[in-house]
Write a protein of this length. Structure first.
Length: 481
């Protein structure tokens, strides 16, 4: 059985098996049909065959050459040029064309450039390929033309050459897990002897085979024939299963807090982490903030298999959230301020400085005598939180106020003396008016008078008073003479 394949034109390196195929000097080596109806001659370097008999459809005039030694399994290339024409006033019987018969009467080798009719196209290059069948020792080539009156076929440059050894060798897939199936596919030409190593051995000139390598293996196809040999290789890489690590730090967070997932992988092409992380690089880190305890799974898939790693991030209930304020934040002695608070995620709330346990939200009026920091402690399922607020207590003015002497006789003087601390203004009534914080002033009241000093400062208003007692002047006795 003959096998036909198409190959790119390749220069033959063997001697042309056809003798005098160029018809340079004669038809030597060719057998020409001897009949009164045929005229086959050498003419101007070509072989010209002319039908001179009556029109006889499907009768062919042969131009043959036999006894050419061939080797089974070798691919042979036939090439020739041909031209068809019809003599003037001749009756053409269609179709017209040229046939090539090789290795006997069958098969009729398909020729590129040939068609059932190419009359009038000028010179046409004919080319065809076939493999010498098993048992073949010699070949015969026959050029034929339909026997139509007045039809002329001209041939030139006929050749039959064995092509040098060639091969195509492919494998797929080229990257696998250990023991996975790989298909080796090959096609050779002019190579009766073909083998594949390791482990396959002798094979047909073309075909395929499935192998299961367990380690990286380079398969070598060796194809040889009478016109050289060729070697092709296909490397199959066995990829190990993926490896992976997955970690989270910290392993426990409060609701609303963040943790960092980090991972490494090897031999993986498709890597992903669930719970919203998605596809990731071979190694890396990402921040996550789940609202509840979550188990993250890393899936690493590669040619060599799959690997999964898991890590659990524990999410504890949220800590209490506190809003704690005081208004006003600054007061004077004896004044009041209001503490206000609201707390989330807490079961109990307490405030120090004697305020104690309180509901939430809530408020309390306080009147500290000195600057005081109040601390609120809230306790809930997520732990304990604290907040603090400070109320600044500004001191009231401190006054020293006296009159010396405190008792005078009308018309005499007394001195008011004062010293005031923590005041921004000092006023003394009874016409004395605004004064500096510290001072002394001589006065001459005409009657007993109480003086009021008003000291105003950030911490409030303070009053102090002192009284100057005025005695009347005693009467003089009249002197009688």
């Amino acid at each position: 059985m003959l096998a036909f394949s198409s190959f790119a034109a390749s220069p033959a390196i063997a001697q042309n098996l056809i003798q005098n195929g160029g018809f340079d000097t004669s038809l030597s080596g060719w057998t020409v049909t001897s009949s009164a109806s045929w005229s086959t001659t050498w003419e101007s370097g070509t072989a010209k065959t002319r039908w001179i008999g009556p029109e006889t459809p499907n009768v062919f005039t042969p131009l043959s050459q036999t006894g050419m030694a061939v080797t089974p399994g070798v691919t042979y290339e036939f090439a020739a040029s041909a031209r068809l024409e019809i003599e003037p006033n001749a009756s053409a019987y269609a179709p017209v064309g040229v046939r090539l018969l090789i290795f006997g009467d069958n098969p009729n080798v398909p020729l590129t450039g040939n068609s059932d009719t190419f009359f009038g196209s000028g010179w046409v290059d004919l080319r065809g390929y076939l493999v010498a069948p098993t048992g073949a020792k010699t070949a015969s080539v026959t050029l034929q033309m339909p026997g139509n009156a007045g039809q002329i076929a001209t041939f030139d440059n006929a050749s039959l050459r064995g092509l040098p050894a060639s091969a195509e060798f492919n494998a797929g897939p080229t990257m696998i897990a250990a023991g996975a199936a790989v298909t080796l596919v090959w096609a050779t030409a002019s190579t009766p002897n073909v083998s594949i190593a390791p482990g396959v051995g002798a094979v047909a000139r073309s075909g395929s085979v499935v192998v299961h390598p367990t380690e990286t293996t380079t398969y070598t196809l060796t194809a040889s024939g009478p016109i050289g040999s060729v070697t092709k290789q296909a490397k199959i890489t066995v990829v190990p299963p993926p490896t992976a690590t997955l970690n989270v730090a910290p392993t426990s967070i409060g609701a609303g807090e963040s943790a960092t997932l980090s991972w490494t992988t090897t031999d993986a092409a498709d890597i992903s982490i669930d719970n919203g992380v998605g596809s990731v690089a071979a190694s890396g880190a990402v921040s996550v903030s789940p609202t509840a305890t979550t188990t993250y799974t890393l899936n690493a898939n590669g040619v060599g298999g799959s690997m999964a790693k898991q890590v659990t991030l524990t999410v504890t209930p949220p800590k209490p959230q506190i809003t704690f304020t005081a208004f006003p934040r600054t007061i004077g002695e004896g004044e009041h301020a209001t503490l206000s608070w609201s707390v989330l995620n807490a079961g109990s709330v307490s405030i120090d400085h004697g305020i104690g346990d309180r509901p939430t939200p809530g408020s309390a009026s306080v009147s500290p005598t000195a600057t005081t920091t109040y601390r609120l402690t809230a306790t809930g399922p997520g732990g304990t939180s604290t907040a603090q607020v400070t109320i600044m207590v500004l001191p009231a003015p401190v006054i020293s106020f006296s009159a010396t002497p405190s008792t005078i006789t009308r018309g005499n003087a007394s001195t008011l003396v004062w010293a005031v601390a923590d005041a921004t203004s000092v006023m003394i009534d009874n016409g004395v008016g605004a004064q500096a914080p510290n001072g002394a002033l001589e006065i001459r009241p005409i009657e007993t008078t109480t003086y009021l000093l008003t000291a105003t400062g950030p911490g409030g208003i303070r009053l102090a008073q002192t009284t100057v007692t005025v005695n009347a002047i005693g009467r003089r006795r009249a002197v009688r003479h």
